[in-house]
Design a protein around this ligand. Structure first.
Ligand SMILES: [Zn+2]
Ligand SMILES: [Zn+2]
Length: 209
């Protein structure tokens, strides 16, 4: 195939295993697939600025009854309640999965809250918004033999960031020493946002190769 994007590679590899995420990964490293050692599966891979993690990808497991969000009777959602967890944690059976998202199904949460009386006011149960988890692109690294280039997201000011380009071998001195290069890429996000959207994009890249 000519091209794909990293979200598609990630989702396809999970469904092929098949596997769900037991937690929201703080970092995710994706390696471009290859058909053979020397043959890439895709000619081009477009980096997505964001990958959304929805209910199909992340597995939630009720700490009390082990119901998961992939059971058909789990439509009422999953909830976190720090007060319940603090009260319960010594007596909880460790789930057989390695789920890290602390949550209760709606039935177990109702059971826990039923007899609390006035104390319930201290329990701030929140529905777990799995649909809202997003992984943001942090870097793209391309390696060819000993030469590598990287696009890296760097902090500029407090809330702002910018993309830098690093080239390990931008130039050579006397064919002995590599001269690396670091440069700003102000249009990087716009560039990947529009990548592949018009018919000339890939033919133009082909010509540059
Ligand atoms: Zn439960
Ligand atoms: Zn509670």
């Amino acid at each position: 195939m000519l091209s794909t994007n990293i979200a598609t590679i990630f989702l396809n590899s999970l469904s092929e295993i098949p596997a769900k995420l037991a937690t929201i990964p703080p970092f995710l490293i994706l390696v471009a697939p290859r058909r053979t050692r020397s043959q890439r599966s895709y000619r081009y891979i477009i980096p997505d600025r964001q990958i959304a993690l929805d209910n199909k990808i992340v597995q939630l497991v009720c700490l009390k009854c082990q119901l998961t969000n992939h059971n058909s009777n789990s439509d009422n959602g999953f909830y976190s309640c720090e007060s319940c967890f603090a009260r319960e944690s010594p007596s909880l059976i460790t789930p057989e999965t390695d789920a890290k998202i602390v949550c209760y199904c709606s039935t177990c949460l109702s059971d826990l809250h039923r007899d609390l009386g006035k104390e319930l006011i201290n329990h701030n149960a929140r529905r777990i918004p799995v649909e809202q988890h997003k992984l943001n692109l942090f870097a793209v690294l391309c390696i060819e033999v000993a030469h590598y280039v990287a696009f890296v997201k760097c902090q500029k000011q407090q809330e702002q960031h910018e993309w830098l380009f690093f080239d390990s071998t931008s130039d050579r001195i006397h064919n002995e020493k590599n001269i690396p290069l670091v440069d700003r890429v102000p249009d990087f996000e716009k560039w990947i946002e529009t990548a592949g959207k018009d018919n000339y994009f890939f033919p133009d890249l082909d010509e540059l190769r």
